[in-house]
Design a protein around this ligand. Structure first.
Ligand code: SF4
Length: 235
């Protein structure tokens, strides 16, 4: 599997390039909140919501003291405001009251221990924990969202039934120093070519290695480009 992933990563880099990384590494709480805000919305809107919270409040403790209604109003641009407000409050209350993550030395913990620690907190799932590992702690871990899950299954790297299962299937087979580009470029592949309903296989940069049996080989009219990813934009 490692060889296949390496090959895939090279093909993606040949087409999309090496994705830029944020100059400033986000803190653990920043990464957690940004990941919650990014669920089911586009990166520009979730980034705006993140920036609103950072600009209007001194720290996350202050945000945790907002009522759920007020917080939902502040982050409305990111969509699913009530749900995200509840999750953010749960995460902040849990972390600030119980563990103060900015004071924990995560560098002493291996990947599995960080995942166990983070997912023990309400509102934190495997994807959120893996985003913290990659973006905040700089580990060679590839978070799996619906795009990464769909593309890896269609290409034939894994055969799994959920993003979390895909994450664990590939976790120990990510070639050194490839997780960030693999994660970012698979999201771009999923957005631009490997769409859920009607993939644009005709021009797909990994078409030759893809094992998907229902490829759509119609010629597309136009390809859009959206290379804005929230956690690489935090500064
Ligand atoms: S060839 Fe089609 S199904 Fe395969 S990865 Fe590309 S867009 Fe997806």
């Amino acid at each position: 599997m490692k060889k296949k992933i390496l090959n895939l990563n090279q093909k993606l880099i040949s087409y999309f390039g090496i994705p830029p990384r944020s100059k400033k590494t986000p803190g653990v709480l920043d990464a957690l909140i940004a990941t919650i805000l990014s669920q089911n919305t586009n990166d520009k809107n979730s980034y705006k919501a993140f920036e609103i919270l950072k600009a209007r409040y001194k720290n996350w403790e202050e945000v945790s003291n907002l009522s759920a209604k007020k917080l939902a109003n502040e982050i409305r641009i990111a969509g699913l405001a009530n749900q995200k407000s509840r999750s953010i409050k749960a995460v902040l209350n849990s972390f600030i009251k119980n563990s103060q993550p900015d004071k924990i030395n995560f560098n002493n913990l291996n990947n599995d221990s960080v995942i166990d620690f983070l997912t023990a907190h309400e509102g934190v799932g495997i994807k959120t924990a893996s985003c913290v590992l990659l973006f905040s702690l700089g580990r060679n871990i590839c978070p799996v969202d619906t795009h990464v899950h769909r593309t890896l299954n269609r290409i034939g790297i894994v055969k799994t039934s959920s993003p979390d299962k895909t994450f664990f299937a590939i976790k120990d087979f990510i070639p050194e120093n490839t997780a960030h580009s693999l994660h970012t470029n698979l999201i771009l592949l999923g957005r631009e070519f490997c769409k859920p309903q009607k993939p644009l296989c005709f021009n797909c940069p990994v078409r030759k290695m893809c094992k998907y049996e229902s490829k759509n080989l119609e010629k597309p009219r136009q390809i859009s480009s959206n290379k804005f990813l929230l956690l690489d934009s935090i500064s």
